[in-house]
Design a protein around this ligand. Structure first.
Ligand code: ADP
Ligand code: MG
Length: 729
């Protein structure tokens, strides 16, 4: 008996190789398989006569007929294999050609009836169908039940080794077996209110739609469903949190003034406002959940430090969590400097570094002693990475958790991780990624948002220049001049495309181009190792070229993700200190590293990066009062790419760039959904404010009626699954 819970191992048609591939895509059960939706459809529903099809050059057509001739040949050039057949119906005959699919030959037989769907092309020998999709049929051509042709067919976001054809072949019989047996997950009144298709019909129509209207209706239902679940999860968590108590920290205004007076600069107005909002939240005995948004370099650290200082003076502890060890060390350095006159003790806890700063003294200590100090309350502020939430790390009284640039660590995790505490700590999340309100609402739960909307005044606008191949020499001369003045230069290389990644890129293109329904995101995770390899190769080659041919006299080194953390760190330090001129790197420098003496960011193959990422790179320079430059090297004439690079030149705010990217490329490109662990399907919905509101109010209503979802066991089960996915993916 098949059911939604049936494991893919127990489906007769799926062999072990396919099981593996499916699992890589996160598909473990029939439910996962059925919820793996197409990214787009092709319309082959109109089966026409061959004679008519032959007149539709370059169009997609669908024809059926009897195979009257089969040939197979290898072309001497390019080692290409061609399988060719001729089919015939009452109106005439047409050839069909397949390239490099020799295995087709085994299944083709003269006299066999076949349905072909594909593009009409014109070759040397006349009109033919190029690489059509085929499906064998019976002679009774009017009455065939078609899966791959003769209908609107689903095209799935493909990964290597799992084709749309195969998915259709697997999914359709399952749908037939499970006909009308899939339990409805949405409450009845919601189905009625929004006139959604019931689950059994929707699941058929999303995979094998009768019409595009039906496909849209099915998509609408599933988008709602996914977002609705997310909303339920967020609201439930919020309700849980509201019952919790947090320690209250009255604002010590004198102390804050003393702190801001000690800074070598004036806070910007939006830093002041943000700090005030945070400090006000901390006064309340309910856990704060606040997101501090601010562009790279807008000065979030100082604001967070004010909160930590205020908490420390109430004898409570702050945990400050950064995304990487390098950044944790940098934060430790920055914060201990900022607080050196305020008598607080600050610890650094990474996998290798255990350090304590107390006023101006900084000393290395053992892990044990740091953990001891944390537990007995000697330490006021502890800085680290995920190391801070490992077993064995005990706080005396954690009052505030600050999380820098980790989208995955939000309200719920805080609540769970620090559940042991009698009082729930406050949470401050910080990010430079511009996140639309709807996304923030959904992903971070119901966070309050503070926004640092202006840059410190001493900054000069970074000059951004698109460099054409013919201007390369000039750019190099400029760089040499900068270096002679003691400045540092970053060179970022995109990965070299290997053959396989090119194919993937093409698959990605085809699946995302025509559809913004589901962003494609499997290839990168599956082939992460090979991608990394390509990254390293690109960097090595560029490093060789620059150090041997272009700048033989300059001090150049490379940095990539395969190096050990200590090695990377040593290089960054050398670069910071000015013992290196040029750092050739993969995208590892993307986040937060501060090298004020660096004034040039040079990006090779700039068109290959997203705007958000380019903006992050650019944020690595311009961190002092020196004039800085961002060179975007490109050889791509593609209009879209040009548009995006132009936007880089024109806009210097990450938020504006994000909007632009959204406009140019659609949501999937910028907000890769894996980053937040949201199902692909729901991502699209997040940009639909109406849908977000609809799902939110529906979720609220339902939870008011039935907070524990007692009457909705299926919904409850789905919710559990979703939460598991979001947390542990
Ligand atoms: P981000 O928001 O990207 O985390 P940081 O907190 O690292 O930015 O700040 C970037 C740099 O700007 C730091 O060197 C910091 O000392 C400096 N800075 C912060 N606020 C101001 C300000 N108001 N005026 C001048 N410099 C500032
Ligand atoms: Mg920062």
């Amino acid at each position: 008996m098949l059911s939604l819970h049936t494991k893919i191992e127990d489906i007769p048609r799926i062999g072990s190789a396919y099981q593996k591939r499916l699992k890589k895509m996160g598909i473990h059960t029939i439910a996962d398989l059925l919820y793996h939706f197409p990214s787009r459809y092709e319309d082959f529903s109109d089966v026409i006569e061959i004679a008519k099809a032959k007149k539709q050059l370059s169009q997609n057509v669908c024809v059926q007929g009897e195979i009257i001739e089969i040939e197979s040949a290898n072309t001497p050039r390019k080692f290409m294999n061609i399988t060719q057949i001729t089919i015939q119906d009452n109106s005439g005959e047409i050839k069909a050609l397949w390239f490099n699919q020799p295995y087709l030959l085994k299944s083709l037989k003269e006299g066999q009836f076949i349905c072909l769907a594909g593009k009409v092309a014109l070759g040397k020998e006349g009109i033919y169908l190029s690489n059509p999709i085929h499906e064998f049929i019976t002679e009774d051509v009017e009455n065939n039940e078609l899966t791959h042709t003769g209908r609107i067919i689903p095209i799935y976001p493909e990964t290597r080794g799992i084709t749309s054809r195969w998915l259709r072949y697997i999914i359709k019989p399952i749908l037939t077996i499970l006909e009308n047996q899939i339990p409805e997950s949405l409450p009845n009144d919601i189905l009625k209110k929004y006139k959604f298709l019931p689950i059994n019909e929707a699941i058929w129509q999303v995979h094998f739609p009768e019409s595009f209207e039906y496909a849209d209706a099915a998509k609408a239902r599933f988008s709602f469903e996914e977002l609705f679940l997310i909303q339920l999860s967020v609201l439930k968590e919020k309700a849980r949190l509201q019952l919790k108590k947090a320690p209250a920290f009255p604002l010590n205004a004198d102390l804050m003034k003393q702190f801001t007076d000690s800074l070598p600069f004036q806070l910007t107005d939006s830093q002041k406002v943000s700090a005030f909002q945070i400090l006000k939240d901390l006064e309340k005995p309910v856990p704060m959940s606040r997101l501090l948004q601010g562009d790279v370099g807008s000065g979030k650290t100082v604001v967070a430090t004010m909160a930590a200082l205020n908490v420390a003076k109430h004898k409570y502890q702050t945990a400050f969590m950064g995304p990487t060890e390098i950044l944790a060390k940098q934060h430790f350095k920055t914060i201990s400097k900022l607080l050196e006159n305020f008598d607080v003790s600050i610890g650094l806890l990474t996998s290798k570094n255990y350090r304590i700063a107390k006023q101006k003294d900084i000393s290395d200590v053992s892990r044990k002693s740091i953990l001891g100090d944390l537990e007995n309350g000697q330490l006021d502020i502890i800085i680290g990475t995920h190391s801070l939430i490992q077993k064995g790390v005990e706080f005396k009284n954690l009052g505030l958790a600050i999380v820098d640039e980790q989208h995955r660590f939000g309200v719920e995790q805080r609540a769970k991780l620090f559940d042991f505490a009698k009082l729930t700590p406050h949470l401050l999340s910080m990010t430079a990624t511009p996140i639309p309100r709807t996304l923030a609402l959904t992903v971070y739960g119901d966070l309050d948002v503070s926004l640092i909307s202006e840059m410190p005044k001493n900054r000069k606008k970074i000059k951004t220049i698109i460099v054409e191949p013919s201007q390369r020499k000039q750019a190099y001369e400029f760089i040499e001049k900068e270096v002679k003045q003691g400045r540092g230069v970053f060179v970022i290389c995109p990965k070299i495309e290997s053959k396989s990644s090119k194919i993937e890129a093409r698959i990605n293109e085809t699946t995302t181009m025509s559809s913004n329904f589901i962003p494609q995101n499997y290839a990168p995770t599956n082939n992460f190792a090979s991608l990394l390899q390509n990254d390293v190769k690109a960097v090595k080659e560029e490093y060789e070229r620059l150090s041997k041919e272009i700048f033989p006299d300059l001090r150049i080194t490379m940095l990539h993700g395969k190096m050990k953390p200590e090695e990377k760190e040593r290089i960054m330090l050398d670069f910071q200190k000015g013992e290196l001129d040029i750092l050739v790197s993969t995208s590892v420098v993307e986040v937060g590293v501060d090298v004020p003496r660096a004034t040039v960011m040079m990006i090779e193959g700039a068109e290959r990066f997203g705007l958000a990422q380019l903006h992050q790179f650019r944020g690595r320079v311009g961190r002092s009062n020196l004039q800085s430059y961002c060179f975007l090297f490109t050889t791509s004439p593609d209009q879209l790419n040009r548009k995006r690079l132009k936007a880089m030149v024109e806009l210097d705010s990450g938020f504006k760039l994000a909007e632009k990217d959204l406009e140019i490329r659609g949501p999937g490109s910028l907000y890769g959904s894996t980053q937040w662990g949201i199902p692909d399907f729901a991502m699209e919905g997040l940009f639909n404010i109406f849908l977000v509101e609809k799902t939110r109010s529906s979720a609220k209503e339902l939870l008011e009626k039935d907070p524990e979802l007692k009457d909705y066991p299926i919904l409850k089960e789905k919710l559990k699954l979703l939460q598991k996915k979001i947390h542990f993916e």
